[in-house]
Design a protein around this ligand. Structure first.
Ligand code: AHR
Length: 495
């Protein structure tokens, strides 16, 4: 089959905020302990962080990392993770049924973030706690005043403030599974009052309000809670986990179209509240949890009782296959294409827990299939996204018609003098001959074609074998996208 992408240099969607290539670390399973932190590991540094993991995170080039949860944050006392480690309490983590040893907290995490060249996106507990603890946390992290919490930070060895600029007002507060779950009015009121105090503590911070959790839940919650929080926040959160339990790849890939519709819906709600309030400010999106998550769910349920109240349990350790990498690659295109309104996004999560990077205790660190599309988006997808006009055959699945086989995004990096085309062929059986028309770009030349392909959609990587890895396609007269493949085409342009 044939397909075509037409772009024009002058028709841009917007500048990509690099923070759309963010990620997420929660105190969950082996993300922190045995993931980032393992003082007895042969590669551990002076603070007990695994440097093999640090190197892989740096390769992924992640500009912002959300912390410390997730569901975990809704029962968390941030003070537990500060000061003398020998005096830190062990606590029951009621979100994941585990023991939290608190050997890592914000004192350590902000340092780890520096070591991987990232900034921290910090979440406060609006489940079991409230505005007082939240404003104290901002003071501890960011204040230079001669006051109790800023002084505690100094006593703990940090003269300089951490300078955390982005803060989440709780996590998934619309969900009944959340500790301290609230209705939209209760949350909206609490979030607005908490935001007021956090902003009075540090005027330079930006706040993220909890949007609804997932496409199916979106609507009333978002509108109502924004009605309360609009003056104080800059972002609304969105969360999505893709899944393919029916083993129907064609249908699985349509969840990308759902994510696209979901973004359009949330943008419409933000703008409706803007009009209602006659506001000048525009609320943008922080898509601060997204990924594939379903492979590990059954096993986690089966082991739930046996492993309860242990630390660093194997939880949410999805082993990603090739079709999951295609989903992650496709979702990054959706985010790039919405760069005018999606300003931050976090691949959930980063290490061991639904993660591109895996570790074994005392042993290796390796990368899963989903690492690769993220690596190429984050390292090469910088600049302005261009509007694309596409011509592609479509398919139908379970009565849903008109699904284009081609998913694409095109990024113009003026500084580097290149145009980068990302393209996913969703056809399960046909290759696609692709024509790219780069209008008003002079002297453009295709210099690199990276392809992620495996004949087996279920192929996985493990610590010893890499079945899914990118390959360079020789440049010829034609560009061919293999059936079910993800591709990056890099063109140099003279103007
Ligand atoms: O990322 C795993 C969990 O998914 C997070 O803790 C929660 O916010 C979401 O439901």
């Amino acid at each position: 089959m044939k397909a075509r992408i037409i772009v024009n240099k002058r028709f841009t969607i917007g500048e990509i905020d690099r923070r759309i290539y963010g990620s997420f670390i929660e105190h969950l399973g082996r993300a922190v302990y045995e993931g980032l932190y393992e003082p007895t590991h042969p590669t551990a540094d002076d603070m007990g962080f695994r440097t093999d993991v640090i190197e892989l995170v740096k390769k992924l080039n992640v500009p912002i990392i959300r912390y410390p949860g997730g569901n975990f944050v809704s029962g968390y006392n941030w003070e537990d993770g500060t000061g003398d480690k020998s005096r830190r309490p062990k606590r029951m983590d009621l979100s994941w049924g585990a023991i939290e040893t608190n050997q890592v907290g914000i004192d350590e995490f902000q340092e780890w973030a520096k070591r991987v060249n990232s900034e921290v996106m910090m979440a406060v507990n609006l489940g079991t706690r409230g505005m007082d603890e939240a404003r104290n946390c901002v003071e501890y992290c960011n204040s230079t005043t001669d006051t109790e919490y800023a002084n505690k930070r100094r006593e703990n060895g940090f003269e300089e403030p951490f300078g955390i600029k982005v803060w989440c007002l709780g996590n998934e507060m619309d969900g009944p599974w959340q500790m301290g779950h609230k209705n939209a009015d209760e949350y909206g009121h609490l979030a607005a009052e908490t935001a007021k105090l956090m902003l009075r503590t540090d005027r330079s911070i930006k706040l993220v309000a909890c949007g609804s959790t997932g496409y199916g839940r979106c609507g009333d919650w978002d509108y109502t809670m924004l009605d309360y929080t609009y003056p104080y926040v800059d972002y609304i959160s969105m969360h999505t986990y893709f899944k393919n339990p029916e083993n129907n790849a064609a249908k699985y890939f349509t969840q990308l179209d759902d994510a696209n519709d979901y973004i359009n819906g949330v943008v419409a709600i933000c703008d409706a509240v803007k009009v209602k309030k006659k506001a000048k400010k525009t609320i943008n999106i922080s898509y601060d949890e997204w990924n594939v998550w379903y492979h590990s769910i059954e096993e986690d349920h089966a082991n739930r009782e046996a492993d309860r109240w242990t630390s660093a349990r194997h939880q949410l350790e999805d082993v990603y296959n090739f079709e999951d990498a295609l989903m992650v690659g496709g979702m990054l295109m959706i985010l790039q294409n919405h760069c005018d309104r999606v300003k931050m996004a976090c691949l959930a999560q980063l290490v061991n827990v639904i993660a591109p990077i895996m570790t074994e205790k005392g042993g290796k660190a390796w990368v899963q299939t989903i690492f690769y599309p993220f690596f190429y988006a984050s390292n090469f997808g910088n600049g302005k996204t261009l509007r694309t006009i596409t011509e592609s055959e479509t398919y139908e699945v379970e009565g849903r018609k008109g699904i284009p086989y081609l998913v694409t995004s095109v990024v113009h990096n003026e500084e580097a003098g290149e145009v980068v085309v990302y393209a996913l062929n969703r056809s399960l059986d046909e290759n696609m001959e692709l024509e790219v028309s780069l209008d008003e770009f002079e002297g453009y030349k295709l210099v690199e074609h990276v392809e992620l392909y495996n004949d087996d959609l279920k192929a996985v990587n493990d610590k010893d074998t890499e079945r899914v890895a990118p390959a360079n396609v020789p440049i010829g007269d034609k560009v061919v996208l293999k059936k079910h493949s993800w591709n990056m085409l890099r063109y140099t342009v003279s103007v």
